[in-house]
Design a protein around this ligand. Sequence first.
Ligand code: FES
Length: 173
Amino acid sequence: MSPQPLTLHVNGRAERLAVDGAVPLLTVLRNDLGLNGPKYGCGLGQCGACTVLVDGVAARACVLPLAGVAGRQVTTLEGLAGPDGLHPVQQAFVRTQAAQCGYCLNGMLMATVALLRRQPRPSDAQARAALSHNLCRCGTHLEILAAVQLAADLAAGPAAANAAPPGAEPARP
Ligand code: FES
């Protein structure tokens, strides 16, 4: 018997899918919708590579059954950029070169977007806490933390973003 069709709202589009509701969201995003921004890492909800936003909140798509997100708004990495270009968080990660192999970046970006939604000006400690469950094996943590602060500046507007490059020493008197 074929599964009951479900409607999935992804990146502003409604997708009608005849997929078993127990299938992980990540599988559907990658295999059925061709959205490969979210990555398969551990598959156990522990590494964060698969992070998406569900109603604006970061969620692990590898352990989220499709039925659990039916009717809710899912945003993937592909949905961040707008008509004016890259999302401020994407711009910040590019400008700070916050990638080495890049496998964790989807999760880092999506977790940062979620963080800035609830805390537009996170302290370094808040950024560290928010990203502490997103694993990076290359060791680009300092650049990633700089990217979070630059993203907050970019989101706040040009004056804040041009005030100082990420990681810059404060001006000496
Ligand atoms: Fe989902 Fe690791 S692949 S948390």
